[in-house]
Design a protein around this ligand. Sequence first.
Ligand SMILES: [Zn+2]
Length: 67
Amino acid sequence: MKNENTVTLKICPRCHKAYRGVPALSRADGQTLICPDCGTREALDSIGVEPAEQEQILDTIHRSMQS
Ligand SMILES: [Zn+2]
């Protein structure tokens, strides 16, 4: 199966991890494209969620997406 466009890995400038799929726009400058996880982190950060709790929430999101 050839589907190269959708499987292209991008590197997130925020967490430096490779990701695929639709990037999120960073709230920090409104220009930088970051991975969906960092988009979630920034959203949680903006409502005052602690970094440790942000990771727990991301973990929950990842698990619910797999099932
Ligand atoms: Zn990221």
